[in-house]
Design a protein around this ligand. Structure first.
Ligand code: CP3
Length: 342
């Protein structure tokens, strides 16, 4: 029998939505923290194929999610293009910036990214061997705009100011960076699929800070190119797009990009999404991740609300964004039991 996630992605309305969770392998789980300590640090964990596969499997063993997402990070691609990347504990990622023509010219391209990323493909191969047969394996990459915001600023930013500034001051360089990331993302995801990823997801976490025509050019268009090229190379490959905080721009995103599923953040109501987004195909989401911290009856009520509102079309249950380190693992079980009606 076809895996439930693949059925939902093919447009089927299921009696119970399949479920997985963004950042399901992460610091809220004691077994994750133990394996990360064994690896040394977060990046060493990403590049240790055996241990990266192990942390990917941990939430599958504990909860029986319907999908596993490859354990890696969206910032490994810029690292493979030649920027220095490191993580400051308690703060987040840092990298050497790309804001000048010289820095852009120093970036790599083409097949050289695989020299760095080969361990990630090995993680995918291990997972395809070890995952239960009913569990779907999702590969992923960051969307060009979101990855560019980190490369231009050298770190995470609240308003993506440095990336907007480069776009205003040197649009040719900004667009060259978006194009380079688009090409490399295709090559990166192509290798993940060859290694065994059954679905790919494109994370555009900062899409919401692009307005009007900028959203169309730098969020929608790269997602369309990546989706179209991957589907040309792998006919039938399902693609999930996540233009986070897209608001009204969620409307029509399936059609504009060719994505099979559009992932929703929790700033849109599931009723609104059913009427305006799910009419075009599968949606994923969108319980507020804060419920994984607070739990209780509100978690149950809001989970039911999301399930009910999206029950008349194809739906994959998920959070609106990643689960946070302060979440209680028992609340995750309560969410799953509520979705599955137990
Ligand atoms: O979802 C999963 O379980 C799969 C693995 C995954 C990670 N990052 C592991 C991770 C995925 C899909 C990502 C995507 C990612 N990474 C995004 C897009 C999704 C989103 O959250 O909006 C972004 C913007 C990044 C970049 C990134 N990586 C940041 C900003 C940080 C620091 C913030 C934080 O949460 O600590 C990371 C670190 C990171 N990536 C962790 C994990 C489990 C925590 C690192 C640790 O263990 O110390």
């Amino acid at each position: 029998m076809t895996k439930t996630i693949l059925r939902a992605l093919a447009g089927e309305t299921l009696p119970t939505p399949p479920i997985w969770m963004m950042r399901q392998a992460g610091r809220y789980l004691p077994e994750y923290r133990a394996t990360r300590a064994e690896a040394g640090d977060f990046l060493s964990l990403c590049y240790n194929s055996e241990l990266a596969a192990e942390v990917t499997l941990q939430p599958i063993r504990r909860y029986g999610f319907d999908a596993a997402i490859l354990f890696a990070d969206i910032l490994l691609l810029p690292q493979a293009l030649g920027v220095d990347l490191w993580f400051v504990t308690g703060e987040g990622p840092r990298m050497t910036t790309v804001t000048t023509q010289g820095e852009f010219d120093a970036l790599g391209k083409g097949a050289m990214i695989h020299d760095t990323l080969n361990p990630i493909y090995e993680t995918v191969r291990i997972l395809r061997r070890e995952l239960p047969e009913e569990t779907t394996l999702i590969g992923f990459a960051g969307a060009p705009w979101t990855v560019a915001t980190y490369m231009i600023a050298g770190q995470g930013t609240k308003d993506q100011g440095p990336a907007h500034a480069l776009k205003a001051e040197n649009r040719a360089l900004f667009e060259a960076l978006i194009d380079r990331l688009t090409e490399s993302t295709i090559d990166y995801l192509d290798e993940q699929v060859k290694a065994g990823a059954e679905v790919v997801k494109i994370f555009d976490s900062w899409a919401g800070s692009l307005n009007g025509e900028d959203f169309d050019k730098y969020a929608t268009e790269p997602a369309r190119i990546i989706t179209q090229e991957l589907k040309a190379r792998h006919p039938g490959l399902p693609v999930i797009a996540f233009p986070r905080q897209g608001g009204d721009k969620y409307i029509g995103f399936h059609k504009a990009t060719g994505a099979d599923c559009v992932a929703l953040d929790d700033s849109v109501s599931p009723e609104w999404a059913a009427a305006h987004v799910q009419v075009d195909g599968c949606v994923q989401g969108n319980l507020a991740s804060s419920h994984m911290v607070t739990g209780g009856q509100a978690l149950v009520d809001e989970t039911r609300k999301v399930v009910d509102a999206l029950s008349n079309g194809p739906h994959i249950f998920n959070l609106g964004h990643g689960i946070t380190p302060d979440a209680d693992p028992e609340n995750v079980q309560l969410m799953i039991d509520t979705v599955r009606g137990k």
